[in-house]
Design a protein around this ligand. Sequence first.
Ligand code: C5P
Length: 234
Amino acid sequence: MNRDVIIACDFSSKEQTLRFLDQFEKTDRKPFVKVGMELYYAAGPDIVREIKRRGHKIFLDLKLHDIPNTVKKAMSVLRDLDVDICNLHAAGTIPMMEAAIEGLTRADGTRPLLIAVTQLTSTDQESLERDLLIARPMEEVVLHYAMNAKKAGLDGVVCSPLEAARVHEVCGKSFLTVTPGIRFADGAKDDQKRIMTPAQARAVGSDYIVVGRPITAAEDPVAAYERCVREFFE
Ligand code: C5P
């Protein structure tokens, strides 16, 4: 199923992460989990193996960006870790993305889903022009990078839910949009600015929503996760 709620496990240690996931040991539905750089660098590949052992799917959010050969080799390590989704920066160009796919592909032709970061949401129009010397509107750049990812054979992009519909228009309905920036209608926004509720994200066509603090910081994370799933799928 290429649609799901992914919990961003933004914790800094293995113990904290497993304590959090212990709460889901008895639930029917094992949440899809995102492991990011902080946790991976702190706890290493063991945390990925342990979360897989518990029956969760994993989005390993390491955002690779290097020369094609290095990315290819790094991706074959992630392939052997048996993650379900991994990602890279589309800025690494089409040859780098193609090399990543080669590295990820198993002997039987299957592979984890591979998605691209187009432009980080922390980059705004001003820094795009001033720091990166890209004198084009942000939306054009994001859609162009998404098309590059599609040309390279990737499965989708990480984007704001506000961009999901345009990405689907340009890259097709089956090109996946994985969207953070999700908040409950009655919840705290934290530092997120451009947000949508799970139901709104579903309405604009998000395929996967990535949800961190509304679940991890909730008094009852299992109830918050279940609410999120209900709102996203209903
Ligand atoms: O706690 P919250 O729901 O804001 O967490 C969102 C997750 O998605 C975090 O892991 C954050 O790093 C990630 N993310 C994001 N915005 C992006 C890309 C990733 O919030 N553009």
